[in-house]
Write a protein that binds this ligand. Structure first.
Ligand code: ATP
Length: 261
């Protein structure tokens, strides 16, 4: 059964402006799909539709063939986790505690009682802590577990945000411009990390990556969807997109050439 997340003919308008027009795409299980496009193409709006921040005017979403009406607070229960632009970490919590919040919906007693050390949640807390440490270790940042996020470089904070999303054990991870603010070396490391997500030993997941940064997109995606003025103008593998005259002619031009060198 290979279905995953599907968007069917999604349309979004803001007043007179059409932000998304008849957009259909699929993120199959354990694949990395990228959405690219120039400024104002509709990438963030698409992300927001999937997260439930924006309700589409037309079209529908399905998850494994079943109707999906995303609500931001219910995403993790549907097996979907996200990172947003910027890291959005809790400054008052340690790195480890931040990651634990990502899985708090799985704790019977909830995370707040766990933080307060209430006895009923001892076992939950130990499990959350152990799982969070495992993920931090996988992402190579376990040494920062007890640190306050504000003391860490941006690239590490971004990894913490990724760890927090993975703590929810998603089947689908949504990444909104994860390369934003990173240098070339950090982007290369991030690319390696993202590529591994569908191949993890435990909790492998699909990834939908909304990204400006062409190097990252070309390096990690199995498939790409190109948006322009709210419409899908091309879809295919990175090689197909790179060679698609409609894409290069329409707007990518030299950017794709440069990214492929
Ligand atoms: N809340 C809103 N109200 C009105 N117009 C909006 C709103 N959100 C987005 N838009 C418009 O919808 C269009 C698509 O915007 P969107 O942010 O989705 O594009 P984008 O591809 O993410 O752009 P960027 O790469 O610059 O982030 C743009 O013309 C934008 O100005």
């Amino acid at each position: 059964m290979e279905r995953g997340l599907e968007l069917h003919h999604i349309g979004v308008r803001f007043g007179g402006l059409t932000a998304l027009d008849d957009v259909s795409l699929r993120v199959p299980p354990n694949r990395v799909v990228g959405v690219i496009g120039p400024n104002g193409a509709g990438k963030t709006t698409l992300f927001n539709v999937i997260c439930g921040f924006v309700a589409p005017e037309t079209g529908s979403l399905t998850l494994d063939g079943r109707s999906l009406r995303p609500r931001p607070h219910r995403l993790t229960r549907l097996g979907i986790a996200r990172t947003l632009q910027g890291t959005g970490l809790f400054a008052g919590l340690s790195v480890l505690e931040n990651v634990m919040t990502g899985a708090s919906h799985t704790a019977r007693a909830g995370f707040v009682p766990a933080l307060l050390g209430l006895p009923a949640s001892d076992r939950d807390e130990r499990r959350l802590r152990g799982d969070a440490l495992t993920i931090l270790d996988e992402l190579g940042i376990a040494e920062h577990a007890e640190a306050a996020p504000t003391t860490l470089p941006f690239a590490v904070r971004q990894r913490v945000a990724l760890a927090r999303a993975l703590a929810a054990r998603p089947r689908l991870l949504l990444l909104d411009e994860p390369a934003g603010g990173l240098g070339a070396d950090d982007i290369a490391e991030l690319a390696e990390l993202v590529r591994q997500l569908p191949r993890r030993d435990s909790d492998p997941c699909a990834v939908l990556l909304v990204e400006h940064h062409m190097d990252l997109v070309m390096a990690v995606c199995d498939e790409l969807v190109v948006l322009d003025f709210g419409r899908v103008i091309a879809a295919g593998t990175p090689d197909e997109i790179r060679d698609d005259p409609a894409v290069t002619d329409a707007y990518l031009g030299a950017t794709v050439e440069e990214a492929s060198q």
